[in-house]
Structures are given as structure tokens and as C-alpha cells.
Design a protein around this ligand. Structure first.
Ligand SMILES: Nc1ncnc2c1ncn2[C@@H]1O[C@H](COP(=O)(O)OP(=O)(O)OP(=O)(O)O)[C@@H](O)[C@H]1O
Ligand SMILES: [Mg+2]
Length: 391
């Protein structure tokens, strides 16, 4: 989509140009004009689809110029940016079909939401509407990295989904090592430092490719570099990712900082991972209290119990009532298969398909994608081509 920006403010021009370039498909600045009068006197030959009008120096008397401009570029969408109340101008603007009015200074999220509405009306859509799922360990070593990385592989290979995993560990991120032996050429901090370049292909080129539909964006390997990542970068990355992937998995790590918080704000579902032991339950309760205080809806929080062994002293029902959130899935304790997989950096589903850990991940795929299983024929039968009795 091409835009004409009418503003004297060169900083605003640069800001909108960089936000626009980060969109998928990008919003290109066809031209800039200093004022409504300048725009009328020097029309743009290549018809823009969007006029962005900075009305901060425009007074009500300029409404006539806006009407003339709207007539000249009939068919173009108009976005008005205002710094103060201008009721007369707003009424006239609405009459000429202006639907989007945003306050200045520009709030990026509001700008992109307005752009999404304009793109939807103009029929310039994205191909995907990806879901963001965050995995967070309630206690160190609960298994969030093992589950998120291996679940990503399972989603891509069993359900044919396009999956991106972002390792958000500020320090000691190790997600790629769980499923790959490739050394990441680019990390999250590299993407953040070049955020103006981001689009689908650029993001794709920064990943460690584990399987055709599954890539991992590695964490910065140096804590100093990790500081590159800012909350607003996470907004941009996730927005672009949603347009290009079916699922975006976040390995959040245990530290809650401004970056991971922003990531959690952007998620559809949060999967806290814990083991069935008192210290884990205590930490889980603290984490859930934080989520509640942040206003995250209870039904967006879905507990996963890892290394689950039936018949223990603590039962799943006890956990449900102690934490007030639902356990949606359990992953069995499968020491041999998981240790082999983690040590070799090969997804457990690839290494030992019939292991209980691999089967549990396949179940999680079914749960998350809500795939229908034909009657009398379980997902396992179809995935592994074996009958129940063989397991
Ligand atoms: N279901 C399982 N069965 C057996 N072992 C497991 C299982 N899940 C995880 N493990 C083991 O526990 C170890 C820790 O898991 P993982 O690194 O995924 O935890 P984490 O929650 O990401 O921890 P951290 O807080 O360090 O990020 C792994 O090295 C793995 O060997
Ligand atoms: Mg981890």
C-alpha cells in the first residue's frame, strides 16, 4: 500500500515510514507534503491508497482544503493525526469519509490497529492469523524449554503448521540446542537492532531451521546484547510473526522483565509448566498471582504438569484447587527418551517416536489444534501406524 504523508514534522515522517516498512505487506511512503495546500498544489502522480494528514498545525478553516484533497484522491483512505481537540475539523473530516483519527504523539499499537482496519477494508490482508502461546517454567528446570521446543517440532511435523519459536531467555537461552546442532547465525537481539528491516522473509532468514515448517529465533548469547531487545520490538516481531506463522511459541524463561511482560501481554494462551511437587506449586502460585494482578483472564492460563507419574501423593485435582487454574495436559516422566533427545539435540518425536514423551506431545498437538480424530481410530494409530495394544 502507498501513502502520502502531509506533515511539516520530519521526525513524524521518519517514525511513520519505519512503522509502515515493518508492516506486512509494507506501507510505502509514496511522497511527503508539508501542508494541505502544498499537497493540493503539488499532486502526486502515482495515486496513493492512503493519505495521512497531520492536523496539528491545521485550523478549522483548513477543512475546505481537506475536502478538496479528499475529492482529488477519491478512493484513498484518510487517516487524521491530531494533537488537540478540533471538533469542527473532525466533523468536516467525517463528512468526507475519514474513519481513522489518532492522537499525537503517535501510539504505535493504535497506528497498527488503524492500519489493520484500513488494510482489511482495502482487501490487503495477511495470509495468517497466528496464535501466540507462551511456555513459562514455574520453577527452574520444570521442562518449559524441552516442552516448547519439542511441541513446536510436533506441531510442524504432525499437524503441518508453520511454527516459530522465540527464545526469550535474557541470559543462557538454550532452546536451539534442544532440537538442533546448528549454531544460530542471528539472534533475537540482532533482529531487534535491525527492527526497521523486519518483514516475513527477514524474520525467516534469522531462524535456525529445525524442520521445513519449524524455525527457532535464538536468544542473545551475550547478556550485554540481550539489552538490545525493547518491549516495542517484541510488539513488532510478534505482529509480523502472526502474519506469517500459524503458531508462535515463546520460551519465556523464568525472569519476568519488561520484555517478557510485553510478550506475555501479546499471548493468546500461557502454559505454565510445573512438576507435581510442593516447591513447584508454591512458585506456580506466585506466578499465577502475578498473572491475575496483570488482569490476564483465567481461561487463558493452561497448566502443564511435566514429569508426571501416576499414583503420587499429590493428585492433579489437588493442584487444580490449590492454583485455581486448569491442568490441561500432563507430560510423563520419560527419563531415557528425554535425556537422549536433549543430549543429542534431536526432537524426541524424531528420535523415539513411540516413547511416552513423544506420544504425549502428539496429544498436546491434538489438544491445541483441536483436530478431530475419526471414531475408533486414535491420533496415535494414524501417526505411528500401530494399534493401541502394541504400546
Ligand atoms: N518429561 C520429562 N521426562 C524426563 N526428563 C525431563 C522431562 N522434561 C524435562 N526433562 C529434563 O529436565 C531438564 C530441564 O528441562 P528444561 O531445560 O526444559 O527446563 P526449563 O524449565 O526450561 O528450565 P530453565 O529454568 O533452566 O529454563 C532437561 O534437561 C530434561 O533432561
Ligand atoms: Mg529453559
Amino acid at each position: 500500500m502507498k501513502a502520502l504523508l502531509i506533515s511539516r514534522d520530519s521526525q513524524l515522517y521518519a517514525e511513520i515510514a519505519s512503522q509502515g516498512a515493518a508492516r506486512v505487506p509494507p506501507l510505502n511512503m509514496a511522497a511527503g507534503r508539508a501542508s494541505l495546500r502544498d499537497a493540493l498544489e503539488r499532486p502526486v502522480a502515482d495515486q496513493p491508497e492512503l493519505l495521512i494528514v497531520d492536523a496539528s498545525e491545521t485550523d478549522d478553516a483548513d477543512a475546505d482544503l481537506l475536502e478538496r484533497l479528499a475529492r482529488h484522491y477519491a478512493g484513498a483512505h484518510i487517516m487524521l493525526l491530531t494533537r488537540h481537540q478540533q471538533p469542527e475539523l473532525l466533523i468536516r473530516a467525517m463528512r468526507v469519509g475519514v474513519r481513522e483519527v489518532l492522537p499525537l504523539p503517535l501510539v504505535h499499537r493504535a497506528f497498527h490497529e488503524a492500519m489493520d482496519r484500513i488494510a482489511a477494508t482495502a482487501g490487503v490482508g495477511a495470509n495468517h492469523d497466528g496464535k501466540v502461546l507462551a511456555f513459562i517454567a514455574c520453577k527452574g528446570g520444570s521442562g518449559a524449554t524441552f516442552i516448547s521446543t519439542n511441541f513446536g517440532y510436533a506441531l510442524a511435523t504432525l499437524a503441518d503448521k508453520k511454527v516459530l519459536l522465540v527464545d526469550l531467555h535474557g541470559q543462557f537461552g538454550d532452546a536451539t540446542l534442544y532440537v538442533s546442532d546448528q549454531k544460530p547465525a542471528m539472534t533475537l537481539s540482532d533482529v531487534c537492532s535491525q527492527i526497521a528491516r523486519i518483514d516475513g522473509p527477514f524474520l525467516h532468514s534469522c531462524l535456525v531451521h529445525v524442520a521445513p515448517g519449524f524455525g527457532v529465533l535464538a536468544a542473545a548469547d551475550d547478556p550485554a546484547q540481550a539489552k538490545e531487545a525493547k518491549p516495542e520490538h517484541i510488539d513488532t516481531i510478534l505482529r509480523v510473526a502472526r502474519q506469517h506463522y500459524d503458531y508462535i511459541l515463546l520460551d519465556v524463561g523464568r525472569q519476568i522483565d519488561s520484555v517478557s511482560l510485553r510478550a506475555l501481554d501479546n499471548t493468546d494462551f500461557i502454559y505454565p509448566v510445573l512438576q507435581l511437587a510442593l516447591p513447584d506449586i508454591r512458585d506456580a502460585r506466585r506466578l499465577l498471582d502475578i498473572f491475575r494482578s496483570l488482569g490476564y483472564p483465567v481461561d487463558s492460563i493452561r497448566l502443564i504438569v511435566n514429569r508426571y507419574e501416576k499414583g503420587g501423593k499429590l493428585r492433579l485435582q489437588d493442584l487444580n484447587s490449590a492454583l485455581g487454574a486448569e491442568v490441561v495436559h500432563t507430560v510423563p516422566n520419560d527419563y531415557v527418551a528425554v535425556t537422549d533427545s536433549v543430549n543429542q539435540g534431536v526432537p524426541v518425536l524424531q528420535l523415539t517416536r513411540s516413547s511416552t514423551a513423544a506420544r504425549s506431545l502428539a496429544e498436546l498437538v491434538e489438544l491445541v489444534t483441536a483436530r478431530r480424530v475419526p471414531e475408533n481410530k486414535g491420533l496415535f494409530d494414524r501417526l505411528f501406524g500401530r494399534s493401541e495394544s502394541e504400546y
